[in-house]
Design a protein around this ligand. Sequence first.
Ligand SMILES: Nc1ncnc2c1ncn2[C@@H]1O[C@H](COP(=O)(O)OP(=O)(O)O)[C@@H](O)[C@H]1O
Ligand SMILES: [Mg+2]
Length: 250
Amino acid sequence: MIEAQALRKRYGANEVLRGVSLTVRRGEVAAIIGPSGSGKSTFLRCLNHLETIDSGAIAIEGEPLVATDAAGRCVYVPDLQLRRICAKTGMVFQHFNLFPHLTVLENLIEAPMVVQGVPRAEAVARAEALLDKVGLAPKRDSYPARLSGGQKQRVAIARALAMQPAIMLFDEPTSALDPELTGEVLRTMRELAEERMTMLVVTHEMGFAREVAHTVAFMDQGELVAARPAREFFADPGHERARAFLNHML
Ligand SMILES: Nc1ncnc2c1ncn2[C@@H]1O[C@H](COP(=O)(O)OP(=O)(O)O)[C@@H](O)[C@H]1O
Ligand SMILES: [Mg+2]
């Protein structure tokens, strides 16, 4: 579902991704852990073209998004195709990024109506079903400012799902939450995983990674240094820096 090959990305002199490769298969949950500044967010953002790569290749559901030719030139597919492929992924951010001037329901129907041309009645029906699913049907007409962080994040998940993506990308979805609110968000994510949603999750929640992820990858200084089955990873991450990080986190 996701194939990233040798992604490189630099900001000025700072090489943030130094040849990152990762494959996530259909229905799998992959977790990425690693210290702050290691390039985790940049990697996720490259997968749905919120950032461009300098070289490497990305394919989503078998469709190339970007490739690098023999001359080392990085070539993205044409715009229309690019947008169609990026629409296969939904993204959930650390800081929710809800539209503050829209109600919960309006947050959910905006993109389907504007981007996908879904008729309003259908968008509303879809949104109501999703709010029900994340346990927030009663908040339908509330504004984001009136919600707790955990509720905001569940709305953000529902909003991403409203676009009917094939893959969900999560960038530290619980890092901005008080500890007592992380559980409700992790529960929603766990339910998605049980429905076999393909998920790539950057997280510091080791319990979630251990119990829900099929594979765990460790990123450090722009390199993805260890990707292995979760059980194996936690028994032996296979890399010194990953081991030190785990010892620190657990
Ligand atoms: N838009 C940007 N411009 C310049 N540097 C950036 C930008 N975004 C991220 N960086 C730098 O890239 C590195 C990796 O950042 P990031 O991907 O956010 O790491 P992580 O998510 O693992 O904390 C950091 O050194 C950060 O300062
Ligand atoms: Mg980050």
